[in-house]
Design a protein around this ligand. Structure first.
Ligand code: PEP
Ligand code: MG
Length: 326
């Protein structure tokens, strides 16, 4: 079966009725790029940049320097050979602490993490933005900002990007002036206030891991409540569907980059919801592609509509099963 999947590496991801779908890879470090290409990814949909920052507790400098970051971002961009690379700005805190010994917030998932941390440490954020911009001179780079909830966070982030660009211009350093900027939609407030995001940004990427955590109030890393962590909860599905619809209406790309994107049991449901861009761990990519190749959007549509109208978990689960058999 693995062999058959490998044969799909170069096959374009297109549904049976001819709709193209973009399949991207999630990476943690530039060294993951060969695996992404091996799986046939047409780009990186999520480069979790925090992995460059983690595990440095013993080192003299807690943060990687601008040059160090630039080298890593450029390495990923070059490794992907012209395919787009979406670099997410630092998403530190909660389940990804910068220094595990320095962790004392009572509710770290609700605390100073991700963009909140970056806006509180503007020098560090500027350094990262400059490093990412410099890498954009070597291939197509997109910037993705995690954990946004407030308009002022978007505005401040964009202002800092503008500032980073201005300093590079001053120094005659090359970068792509048209680099696209997108938001992770992973806080329910964001999914319920989409026009705020669409007005300001170029694309959206749904982080289902956190979106589920925050919608259901379930700590994503607490095994005692793991049985309550349900991607098919109707509230979660509504938020995802709303985000895909709003992006489509505004002509902005919408991806899913959480674990749901790599779950073959959910591929048809997401297709039916209108999703055309999936970003996942490279190991899942060919299996998801196979599912897409075998999917007929016309057959999926009515079942998906039924799922989105339902508030009954058993009915939803049964309809999702039914999607597998079509
Ligand atoms: C997510 O929240 O779904 C996501 C993709 O980001 P992370 O898992 O890194 O928080
Ligand atoms: Mg997240």
């Amino acid at each position: 079966a693995r062999k058959r999947l490998l044969k799909l590496k170069k096959t374009p991801a297109v549904t049976r009725d001819g709709t193209p779908v973009t399949l991207l890879a999630n990476i943690e470090l530039p060294d993951d790029c060969p695996a992404a290409l091996e799986a046939g990814a047409t780009g990186v949909g999520l480069f979790r940049s925090e992995f460059l920052f983690m595990g440095r507790a013993g080192q003299q400098h807690k943060m990687p320097s601008e040059d160090e970051q630039f080298e890593q971002y450029r390495k990923a961009v070059l490794a992907m050979k012209g395919r787009p690379v979406t670099i997410r700005t630092l998403d530190i805190g909660a389940d990804k602490p910068l220094d595990p010994t320095e962790h004392n917030a009572l509710n770290p998932a609700l605390g100073l993490r991700a963009i909140r941390y970056c806006l509180a440490e503007p020098q560090m954020f500027l350094t990262q933005l400059r490093a990412i911009l410099r890498a954009s001179a070597y291939g197509k780079v997109r910037i993705l900002i995690p954990m946004l909830a407030h308009a002022f966070e978007i505005d401040q982030s964009l202002a800092m990007l503008k500032q980073a660009k201005a300093t590079l211009l001053d120094e005659n350093v090359k970068f792509d002036p048209a680099v696209e900027v997108g938001a992770m939609i992973e806080i329910p407030a964001a999914a319920l206030a989409l026009p705020m995001f669409i007005k300001r940004l170029d694309f959206l990427s749904i982080g289902t891991n956190d979106l589920i955590q925050y919608t259901l109030a379930i700590d994503r890393v607490d095994y005692e409540v793991a049985h309550l962590y349900n991607p098919l909860h109707p509230a979660v599905l509504q938020l995802i569907a709303m985000t895909i619809d709003a992006g489509k209406k505004a002509g902005k790309d919408v991806a899913v980059c959480g674990e749901m994107a790599g779950d073959v049991k959910l591929t048809r449901l997401l297709l039916g919801m209108g999703l055309r861009e999936f970003s996942m761990h490279p190991a899942q990519l060919l299996a998801v592609k196979q599912e897409i190749l075998n999917s007929d959007l016309k057959a999926i549509a009515p079942v998906t509509r039924r799922i989105l109208r339902s508030m009954e978990p058993a009915e939803i689960a049964q309809a999702v099963e039914q999607l597998q058999t079509m």
